[in-house]
Design a protein around this ligand. Structure first.
Ligand code: C2E
Ligand code: CA
Ligand code: CA
Length: 646
């Protein structure tokens, strides 16, 4: 009742703080942590209360005060015990339930404490009208009322209970006791209660404001600066909460949706970083809308996002529905710089507990599903399943076997000729890695190169291929070159790469200008100063570069300027229909024109038929590679093939 009269602003709901991980509970944790968890003031107030009751006993000789002193000792222990339990739980990590429970216990002990003080004051008032003990009662009452205001201001209900507990016995004693002007004192006491409530309200408002500011700071550290979504750190916590929540119920599931924008890199590079940022912000907003009320959204970094849908049952249809909603949102055109750009995304989904028991495992599986979705052709989603799990298991097995093969010279290098279309002579060979698996036979490089890229074995693999290829090429005619593929991953360690290349050349005695390093556009997209420096250093050493698989990626000619390419290899995809499809031939023709102007040699890949060859000759392509001239083979066989062909 006091609260309603004296605390008009702090009415139930209005006072609730809803922000933060647990809303009001977070405020209480904050209060317990900042105001009520200090042992020193707790000890001081207990000691003071015991001293006052003992003084009252000394003056009046009434046993009831001795009992009050004992009660204060008991309550002091109770409050200390509460604090100890709280601190122990805090070290272990507090749950919402812990915080609420500790808070209730806090309110219980502090109200009991106020009540005992109230009774002491009432006893003193009744016994000591007009004497020193009456003054003691009044000063104790006043002092503690105000002390409660400061210590319990953050908890309106606890404050109300405490003030009611200390006030009711005192008012009763003043009005009912043999005190001259008792009514006047009672009026003053009530005025003090009023002041205490007003002060308490201001204190509460201030504490809430402080808490909000503090929580805002913490939230900032948990937010992604660009999109305002959760960041990776906050996501880990949200995931832990979701699992804790689902853990209790037998068939509750938590689904994570890993979302990746297709073609984002190209947008970033074509339109600049500011536009790239705008696309990320817009993507975040679209995902937020798609997730409204059913999932939490976080940005993992770059163009990767993650959604957590908690408390759902495992339901394939529901998951498919949500994934499609996400894809639909991302499939709508983006407006960039006045242009409408189509971007689309891919989604990989994994579900707790079916697909993993912790964040790391689920992430790995969602990532695997995402990879699969991209492989199936972008703009799709894929739910992790047993077949993917089997594939992962197989890949892990291959991983160890590949490591073994790399250690024990199990890697072969095969060679495929590159022919000069004008003269028909072999201008060079491309070195292609082959792994002869003890039971699987020859494993295609597409598979094991990817595995090696994932686990870092690519550095060793690249080194082996370079060494073998250079050693082999050193035995050939001076005019024949050797092309070696480099993975973008190898440029992640630019210094050792440069050294490996130089060493392979030095050991074999091969002239650097006979070595072509084939790199793909995906390396150029990463375009870091370190990559450029490594390429530059090798170019200065005399090594040449080919741009591999031109046409399959982003095909931005802008990149070519920044790198010293001597050759450009047009992907098989364009060569396949070149004799029949005028678009393919127009593309190849324009590449030839451009290449001629910047003195680059054009190589056509995957030439299989005479018709393709004729079309390429007509377009003025310099070099060609493909089954028509020879398949990749161990060198002895490749050389024999060549002799047959000439
Ligand atoms: P790539 O660099 O584009 O190599 C050319 C691929 O096309 C080779 O596949 C070759 O066998 C195939 N090919 C050549 N002519 C024809 C043709 O007329 N028709 C068809 N259908 N295919 C043809 P391969 O050997 O399976 O290699 C696949 C990819 O694996 C390579 O593509 C390259 O990216 C990668 N790779 C191979 N060896 C290495 C290596 O030592 N290091 C790295 N980092 N990657 C390698
Ligand atoms: Ca190649
Ligand atoms: Ca190629």
């Amino acid at each position: 009742m006091f609260g309603e009269i004296f605390n008009p602003g702090v009415r139930g709901r209005e006072a609730k703080v809803r922000s933060g991980p647990f809303g009001e509970a977070a405020l209480h944790a904050y209060l317990v942590g900042t105001i009520h968890s200090a042992k020193a003031p707790l000890a001081a107030s207990t000691a003071l209360a015991v001293a006052i009751t003992l003084a009252a006993y000394g003056v009046t000789g009434a046993g009831i005060f001795l009992a009050h002193a004992l009660a204060h000792v008991f309550i002091g222990f109770g409050r200390f015990a509460r604090l100890a339990v709280y601190q122990a739980r805090e070290r272990r990590g507090l749950t919402r339930r812990d915080i609420i429970a500790c808070d209730r216990i806090f309110a219980f002990w502090s109200t009991l404490y106020a009540l005992t003080l109230g009774l002491t004051c009432a006893g003193l008032t009744l016994r000591g009208a007009g004497s020193d003990t009456f003054a003691l009662a009044l000063s104790t009452y006043t002092g503690y009322t105000l002390a409660f205001v400061t210590r319990s201001a953050g908890r309106p209900w606890t404050l109300r209970l405490q003030i009611a507990a200390i006030t009711a016995p005192q008012i009763y004693a003043l009005v009912d006791g043999p005190i001259p002007n008792g009514d006047l004192y009672a009026g003053l006491a009530l005025a003090l209660v009023g002041a205490a409530m007003v002060l308490g309200r201001h204190g509460h408002a201030r504490i809430v404001a402080l808490f909000r500011a503090d929580e805002n700071n913490r939230r900032m550290a948990r937010r992604d600066m660009l999109t305002g979504l959760m960041n990776r750190f906050a996501l880990t916590q949200a995931f832990a909460d979701a699992i804790a929540e689902a853990g209790g119920q037998p068939d509750a599931a938590v689904a994570i949706y890993l979302v990746d924008l297709d073609r984002f890199k190209a947008i970033n590079d074509t339109f600049g970083h500011a536009m790239g940022d705008a696309v990320i912000v817009e993507t975040g907003e679209r995902l937020r809308q798609a997730a409204e009320g059913r999932a939490e959204v976080a940005r993992m970094g770059g163009d990767e996002f993650m959604l957590i849908a908690r408390g759902e049952r495992f339901d394939g249809e529901r998951i498919a529905g949500f994934a499609e909603t996400i894809l639909e949102r991302l499939g709508a055109p983006f407006e960039i710089d006045g242009n409408l750009v189509m971007l689309a995304g891919s989604v990989g989904v994994a579900v707790y507990p079916q697909h993993g028991r912790d964040m790391a495992e689920l992430m790995m599986h969602a990532d695997c599903a995402l990879y699969e979705a991209k492989r199936e052709g972008r703009g799709r989603y894929r739910l992790f399943d047993e077949s993917l799990r089997n594939r992962l298991a197989q890949e892990r097995l291959l991983e160890t076997e590949l490591d073994e093969a790399l250690r024990e010279d199990g890697l072969e290098v095969w060679y495929q000729p590159i022919k000069c279309l004008r003269t028909g002579a072999v201008s060079g060979y491309e070195a292609l890695a082959r792994w002869r698996h003890p039971s699987r036979g020859l494993v295609p490089p597409d598979l094991f190169v990817r595995i090696a890229e994932q686990n870092g074995a690519i550095h060793r693999l690249g080194e082996i291929v370079l060494e073998k290829a250079c050693r082999e090429a050193a035995t050939w005619d001076e005019r024949v070159s050797i092309s070696v593929n480099l993975s973008p991953q190898q440029f992640r360690r630019p210094k050792p790469l440069v050294e490996t290349v130089k060493r392979a050349l030095a050991v074999s005695g091969l002239k650097p200008s006979r070595l072509y390093l084939e790199i793909t556009e995906s390396l150029l997209l990463e375009d870091t100063p370190l990559t450029r420096q490594a390429v530059g250093e090798l170019a200065d050493h005399g090594v040449k570069f080919s741009l591999d698989d031109f046409g399959v990626g982003y095909s931005s000619l802008a990149y070519i300027q920044n790198y010293p390419f001597s050759k450009i290899k047009i992907d098989r995809k364009f060569v396949q229909n070149i004799h029949a499809d005028h678009i393919s031939s127009a593309i190849v023709a324009s590449v030839c024109v451009l290449a001629a102007r910047i003195q680059m040699i054009v190589v056509a890949e995957g030439v299989e038929t005479q018709a393709q060859q004729r079309a390429l000759v007509d377009l003025g392509v310099d070099l060609a590679q493909g089954y028509l001239y020879g398949r990749p083979a161990p060198m002895a066989r490749a050389a024999a093939q060549r002799r047959l062909a000439v």
